[in-house]
Design a protein around this ligand. Sequence first.
Ligand code: SF4
Ligand code: SF4
Length: 69
Amino acid sequence: MIRITIDKELCKGCGLCVPFCPRGLIELGTEINAKGYHPAKISSPENCTGCSACAKMCPDLAIEIIKEG
Ligand code: SF4
Ligand code: SF4
């Protein structure tokens, strides 16, 4: 099982990760974090393949992918 998390307080809403998801699962949300940014979110995490493309692109290491089991 793959678990993906985006730390909404580490994320600066730069959007760099968005076009790198081959499945188009990442978008910038409407929520505002403590620094005033709109953090990225995963629209349907169950469709994530765990390819890590998004995590590699994030300059702030806000995305974590954990492969379990
Ligand atoms: S790990 Fe791959 S499939 Fe999953 S959200 Fe990131 S880029 Fe998309
Ligand atoms: S690349 Fe990182 S900091 Fe930028 S929007 Fe994506 S998760 Fe947030």
